[in-house]
Design a protein around this ligand. Structure first.
Ligand code: ARG
Ligand code: ZN
Length: 879
């Protein structure tokens, strides 16, 4: 295969920009096929820059005009290449550059730059989309003040939006056109530019900030969907208040607008004062959205809003620093959700996500440090490592420094770096300075990829009344990093006494221990606790205080004890998961050898005990009752994985729980039904989660169970219950499932976001006919190759969430995804590259599947005209 020739971008090559742009005036004449853009740049040489030519990025642009200080530039004074415009030896003083370009928004299927979504003009500029609008130094360390005039036919685009505050509008005399002018006083990088034009409905409100500034809030959606915005609007107001309370951060413009569009590559985008969202993270009604959808909407609205300070006011110097804004902002949105919902359940959910995505990424060929040092295509680095592990690093920082030290560091960061493009060193430097603690070793967390493995072994000496705890860390090799240094690992802990209580006033000489926390800094640490009258059970890594794989020498008895007694809810949940993992790993091995799996009966009793404990939050109990997923088990096994055996083990254990806990589950199912009208709040969602998890297990116990699920589906008065009933049926592969699927389609046939659920459910069915089903659905009239949500709902779900059928031993699952990806790569490389990351764990599979997956990857790699995005993923996957 021909090696991809794309140049590698390196952090070590960073140089400041040669020229700065202080002000930008943009003038858009919107037209579906031929939009004209005039750009006036107020440029000056950067006193700290290297000098030389002025290089402007540009991609898929037609250059129509080029003037310097009002005079057209001679052909010898500039050079136009495929991806840049170079002004050779410009004046050594400030000057004005006028650039005219023409673009075709309708032909923009990559959904980067200016494009049309369902007749709406919208933009996506992060990371490098602005260069598809006009020629510009499209890098985050060039900060400018933008004034934007947008003109369009009034009937096409009655709503015209951009960043900042509205400063003018009117009709264009003697025409059917109108215009709007927006001014954003806050200097920003080009990736935060946004423009929207279309015939949109609006839902509005106001918010008064802590210092009394009144902000006009607007959510713009497709007409007729206005009644699905209430929840997003309330979530926005909660977020604005929370950032004031938790971080002292106020909003800083007169307006804050959100626009929901139906074609969007990612979740949402934090453009200054004009967040653009994938509509699935804005629109919700009880009939169309599940409790999970509501929670996601709340989290993503918050995430994008929080970027206003962590991302926009302080942005990134270069794209290697992506985690500076993303890791920190994910941490902030997680904390927000923990505060407005249940902290324990939020943490359990976040750790599940981290392990399911980031741990898997870290264990495979796409592993990279939280701050990467090289990239070929930056869009491929919007990853679980940068986002989710990035958030864990912030959480560890807070654990290590304490809440006050953390806040002091954040305050200093906001104070010192406001209005600038910063680096991770700048950020960490603020915490070191504010707390007086050296954090050089902490930087290793940003440099070293891979999930550290911590082993803990405890030994109680009855005669000496001592408990000796030995902790060791190693970190496996990752691409380009064969050896690792030990990192500072905060291990929150307690020792539990025989009554289950935390033992207070622990005695130890070890300097690594301070209240409730062990700081493991070296490779190995031996801690001796003295004066203990009885053998304790250690509760380690409480709240999952560090993103590591912990192996402790705990017996089943210890885990059963923790499952019943641990006062840390996270570890209580983890204890049940650990037991279930042991059982499932043994079961899949048994199934693979044709033996009958065995159950530890006390596990079932423990589960029953928790499910019945009405003192516990129902949403927590639902988490306990949700077993590790098949992918979790595959990840824990880590080599020679047989997805069919794991699926067999899962079926077996679920069946056993459904049978043995039948009375308890039925009781929960009855008691947690509600006659109250649906409300998406956390309490109601928790009750439904528990009841619906019970239903899923009941449905696996025979015909009566199937009938319960069918009834549940039919009687549902909200989407959460409707989906729970339907997925219980499809999961069983019950003959009743097809009729229910047809019914579901008929009910929601005009609602694409709801049909995405229908596509996903079918894509994740485990029968051997699923491949044909998915192939047929690709031709379904409701499916669309050009809409990323549809693609992810069907093909994304099949590849990422159907372990047995994607990994079919005959390789047909891989071929299907490979063929489809090659097709979509021609129109939308970013979405194609995302799909391909489903292959990232191919090396852990058993040999037959491994060979089939490799063949599919090699075929993609050899494909003529493969995009840079996809080439980067397959090459790294095969390396
Ligand atoms: N900054 C956005 C966020 O809130 C994500 C944008 C990603 N865009 C991309 N083309 N990769 O997380
Ligand atoms: Zn973000």
């Amino acid at each position: 295969m021909a090696k991809d020739q794309t140049p590698v971008v390196r952090l070590q090559d960073y140089a400041p920009p040669a020229y700065l742009v202080d002000r930008v005036e943009l003038d858009f004449r919107l037209d579906p096929q031929s939009t004209r853009v005039r750009s006036r740049l107020h440029v000056r040489p950067n006193p700290d820059g290297p000098g030389g030519d002025l290089v402007l990025d540009g991609e898929d642009l037609e250059l129509t005009a080029l003037e310097l200080d009002g005079a057209p530039l001679a052909g010898t004074a500039y050079k136009l290449d495929k991806d840049r415009l170079t002004i050779t030896t410009p004046p050594e003083r400030a000057f004005v550059l006028d650039i005219g370009t023409t673009i075709d928004p309708s032909a923009n299927t990559r959904l980067m730059g200016l494009y049309r979504s369902n007749g709406v003009y919208c933009t996506q500029c992060e990371a490098e989309g602005f260069r598809r609008i006009t020629f510009f130094p499209d890098r985050p360390d060039v900060l400018a003040v933008y004034t934007v005039r947008i003109e369009a036919r009034a009937s096409d685009a009655p709503v015209l939006l951009s960043n900042g505050n509205p400063v003018g509008s009117g009709v264009v005399a003697g025409s059917d056109r109108h215009y709007a002018v927006w001014h954003d006083p806050h200097p920003k990088p080009s990736y935060l530019f946004a423009l929207v034009g279309g015939d949109l409905g609006r839902v509005g409100d106001t918010f008064v900030t802590a210092s009394g500034r009144e902000v006009t809030l607007g959510i713009y959606v497709e007409k007729g969907k206005e009644d699905r915005c209430d929840y997003a609007l309330e979530a926005l107001k909660r977020s604005m208040r929370w950032d004031e309370d938790a971080f002292g951060r106020e909003y800083d413009l007169d307006v804050f607008n959100i626009v929901a569009v139906s074609d969007f590559n990612m979740g949402a985008m934090e453009n200054k004062g004009l967040n653009v969202f994938n509509d699935k993270y804005v629109l919700a009604s009880p009939e169309t959205a599940t409790d999970t959808d509501y929670a996601n909407i709340e989290a993503i609205i918050a995430h994008e809003y929080f970027h206003n300070w962590t991302g926009n006011r302080i942005t990134c110097r270069d794209w290697f620093q992506l985690c500076l804004k993303e890791g920190l902002t994910v941490f902030r949105d997680q904390e927000f959700s923990a505060d407005v919902r249940s902290r324990a359940v939020e943490r359990i959910g976040d750790v599940r996500t981290l392990k399911a995505h980031q741990f898997v990424e870290d264990a495979g060929p796409l592993a990279h440090p939280v701050r990467p040092e090289t990239y070929k295509e930056i869009n491929n680095f919007y990853t679980a490592t940068v986002y989710e592990k990035g958030a864990e690093l912030i959480r560890m920082l807070k654990t290590l420094l304490g809440a006050d030290g953390f806040r002091a560091g954040m305050d200093l960061y906001f104070d010192r770096h406001d209005g600038t493009a910063a680096t991770i060193e700048d950020f960490i430097g603020c915490f070191a300075e504010a707390t007086g603690r050296k954090l050089d070793d902490f930087m290793l967390w940003y440099h070293q990829a891979g999930t550290p493995e911590v082993t803990a072994s405890g030994r109680y000496d009855t005669a000496a009344r001592t408990y000796e705890l030995t902790l060791e860390q190693t970190c496996p090799p990752t691409p380009g990093q064969p050896t690792k240094q030990p990192m500072p690992i905060p291990i929150a802990f307690a020792l539990l006494g025989p009554d289950g209580d935390e033992i207070t006033d622990l005695k130890t000489e070890s300097p690594a221990v301070r209240d409730g926390l062990i700081e493991l800094t070296g490779t190995r640490e031996r801690i001796v606790f003295t004066d203990l009258p009885a053998k304790p059970v250690p509760s380690l890594l409480r709240g999952f205080s560090a993103p590591v794989k912990l192996t402790a020498n705990l017996t089943d008895d210890d885990l059963l004890f923790a499952a019943a007694e641990d006062s840390d809810p996270y570890n209580r949940w983890q204890a049940v998961q650990s037991l279930a993992t042991r059982i499932l790993i043994a079961a899949q091995a048994a199934i693979a050898d044709g033996r009958t799996p065995e159950i530890e009966p006390r596990f079932l009793r423990s589960l029953e005990h928790t499910v019945e404990a009405d003192a516990l939050d129902p949403s927590f109990r639902a988490q306990v009752l949700s077993l590790p997923s098949e992918s979790d088990i595959a990840r824990e096994i880590g080599r020679n994985v047989d997805p069919d055996a794991i699926h067999g083990a899962d079926q077996w254990l679920r069946g056993l729980i459904g049978g043995e806990l039948g009375a308890c589950l039925t009781d929960v199912y009855r008691r947690f039904g509600s006659n109250l009208p649906y409300s998406p709040d956390a309490a109601g969602a928790g009750r439904r989660a528990l009841r619906n998890t019970a239903l899923g297990l009941i449905a696996g116990t025979g015909q009566a169970g199937i009938e319960t699920a069918e009834q549940h589906y039919r009687n549902a008065d909200n989407m959460t219950d409707r989906m729970a009933g339907l997925s219980a049926l499809t999961r069983q592969g019950a003959p009743e499932a097809d009729a229910a699927l047809d019914d579901f389609f008929e009910r929601y046939r005009t609602d694409p976001l709801v049909l995405d659920k229908w596509f996903s459910l079918q894509a994740t069915m485990t029968g051997a006919d699923t491949l044909d089903r998915v192939t047929a659905l690709m031709r379904h009239p409701a499916f669309s190759l050009s809409n990323p949500n549809r693609v992810r709902a069907l093909v994304g779900a099949f590849a990422a969430a159907n372990p047995t059928q994607f990994n079919r031993a005959d390789g047909a699952g891989y071929r299907l995804v490979a063929d489809f990806t090659l097709e979509i790569d021609r129109s939308n490389p970013q979405v194609a590259a995302r799909l391909l990351s489903a292959f990232r764990s191919w090396r852990v599979l058993e040999p037959v599947r491994r060979a089939a997956a490799e063949a599919a990857l090699r075929r993609i790699a050899g494909h003529e005209g493969l995009s840079r995005d996809s080439a980067d993923i397959v090459e790294r996957s095969l390396d």
